[in-house]
Design a protein around this ligand. Structure first.
Ligand code: AMP
Length: 144
């Protein structure tokens, strides 16, 4: 399966993004409210300039305490992003996530961010593909 097929099947392909000047506390509220694990950092929502995940916030809280909540996202975001394209396969994306030890990959087409794939999206796609293959094999064995 390809990334653009996953994006099409998601209820909303919009990406939750915030400008780098947003306070970390505001992002924590956003993550909790929307039940998501990360925000992409972007001035206008079109480029992916960085990413801040719940792990970044927890790490900084443990390191320097609650003061980090009043700092800007730009102070803690990961700037060197690994991205994929709509034509990437789910296997490629899983390899990126496993090798890089992260659970989110922005989808970029011609320099513009068109979606975000989470490890949950990839696992769901893989499971539905496995179920389809199982049905097809059972059909062949039973002679349907
Ligand atoms: P996550 O597993 O997505 O919560 O992220 C774990 C760590 O990897 C955090 O420090 C994130 O900022 C970073 N991270 C998440 N996604 C990416 C990505 N696509 N490229 C590079 N770093 C990332």
């Amino acid at each position: 399966m390809l990334v653009h097929q996953i994006l099409k099947s998601k209820p909303s392909s919009g990406v939750q993004s915030v400008p780098a000047s947003t306070k970390v506390a505001e992002v924590a509220r956003l993550l909790a409210k929307n039940r998501i694990g990360t925000v992409v950092v972007s001035e206008e929502g079109k480029t992916a300039d960085g990413i801040l995940s719940e792990r970044d916030i927890v790490r900084e809280l443990a390191k320097s305490g609650g003061g980090c909540l009043d700092r800007s996202v730009g102070d803690y975001m990961t700037r060197k992003l690994v991205t994929c394209t709509p034509q990437s396969s789910t296997e490629d994306v899983l390899h990126l996530m496993t090798d890089g030890r992260f659970r989110h990959v922005p989808v970029i087409e011609n320099g513009v961010m068109v979606g975000l794939i989470s490890i949950g999206d990839v696992v769901k796609a893989q499971l539905s593909q496995l179920a389809m293959e199982k049905d097809a094999l059972e059909g062949m064995i039973m002679g349907h």
